[in-house]
Write a protein that binds this ligand. Structure first.
Ligand code: COA
Length: 306
């Protein structure tokens, strides 16, 4: 199973520790990774790089990587609970780094819900990895929870009395011209152009909205219906100077009124998006988190190429 020639010498303070590349059947280490990755160990297959840590004969740690274009992805690193904070995780990280060809990237992606997040981030920092970069945010919940929350916090919606909602499919030539102008001026990110979004996926025309202020369009929110009862929010954008006022919430509320009517209050909504602006980030972290049953953030960290 192991290649003794790949073994690294144990540090003096931990004489029984041995780190070595796993080959062949790595099942003895299966409990040290996520169920989804266990098949990579039985046997350790092409494209997988695995290093095990033994204390005496006992498997005490495992690091798993998968080769990908331009480098390697760190899938998991885990140390048995009795051996944590003894440097084993660090040794495993160093071992994996030796398997990455010079100039190539070693990358990790993890969720903010990782129970050992503080330990993992500490380990990455100690190993000289870069800063975590937010990749996307995910959330899920029911229309009922959104509408109940809105009822209890109606002032958050009341301040928006001057705003009017209309379905995106009813956008007038003036609305479209204003959207073009906002994007050309950089006031709204081009990736969130409603024209681009409409081309990228089949939106739900009865539940994709725009918001006007004083008759002028200032934002939009696109939903996609996934039968039988799930709404995905694919993109929303609001003119940057007013996004903190809450038009996003106004559209989000309306989408859920429609979802509750059409799909039922206990249907599902999901978001998988990247908030580009501080206001969008705050909307996801504060507002959405208040009524979602699930929220997480996905981060990516790179080890600087060696
Ligand atoms: C993350 C993990 C692998 C770290 O392994 P470890 O053997 O304890 O790590 P090390 O002893 O090499 O620690 C190296 C550095 O990481 C940081 N660190 C480790 N555990 C930490 C903790 N609980 N809190 C804060 N920082 C921590 C410290 O900076 C530490 O250096 P220090 O002890 O000199 O301060 C271990 O906690 C673990 O197995 N967690 C569960 C599995 C997991 O969630 N893995 C990550 C995602 S796949």
């Amino acid at each position: 199973m192991t290649d003794p020639s790949a073994a690294t010498p144990p540090p003096p303070a931990f004489p029984n520790l041995r780190i070595a590349a796993l080959e062949g059947d790595g099942n003895a280490f299966a409990r040290l990774t996520y169920p989804a990755y266990r098949s990579f160990l039985a046997p350790v297959g092409m494209g997988t790089v695995a290093f095990g840590a033994w204390v005496g004969d006992i498997p005490a740690g495992l690091i798993l990587g998968r080769r990908q274009e331009g480098g390697m992805a760190l899938l998991s690193v885990s140390v048995a609970s009795g051996w944590r904070r003894c440097g084993v995780g660090g040794r495993l990280m160093e071992a994996l780094a030796t398997a990455v060809p010079g100039g190539e990237r070693l990358t990790a992606t993890y969720s903010s819900r990782l129970p050992a997040r503080a330990a993992f981030e500490g380990l990455l920092r100690r190993q000289g990895w870069g800063e975590p970069v937010l990749q996307s945010m995910r959330a899920a919940g029911t229309p009922r929870a959104v509408l109940d929350w809105a009822e209890a916090h109606s002032p958050a919606l009341r301040v928006l009395r001057g705003y009017g909602l209309a379905l995106w499919r009813d956008a007038t030539p003036d609305d479209r011209a204003e959207v073009e102008r906002l994007i050309a001026a950089g006031t709204i990110d081009a990736d969130f152009s409603p024209f681009a979004m409409a081309a990228q996926f089949e939106h739900w025309p009865d539940n994709s909205w725009m918001v006007r202020r004083d008759g002028v369009v200032v934002g939009w929110m696109f939903a996609r219906l996934e039968p039988p009862d799930t709404v995905w929010y694919h993109g929303a954008a609001v003119r940057r100077d007013i996004e903190h006022i809450g038009p996003l919430l106004l559209m989000f509320h309306r989408v859920h009124q429609v979802a509750a009517e059409r799909l039922g209050p206990d249907s599902t909504w999901r978001i998988d998006s990247f908030p580009r602006t501080p206001a969008m980030l705050a909307f996801m972290r504060r507002r959405i988190a208040a009524f979602a049953s699930f929220v997480d953030e996905l981060y990516r960290v790179d080890r600087p190429p060696g």
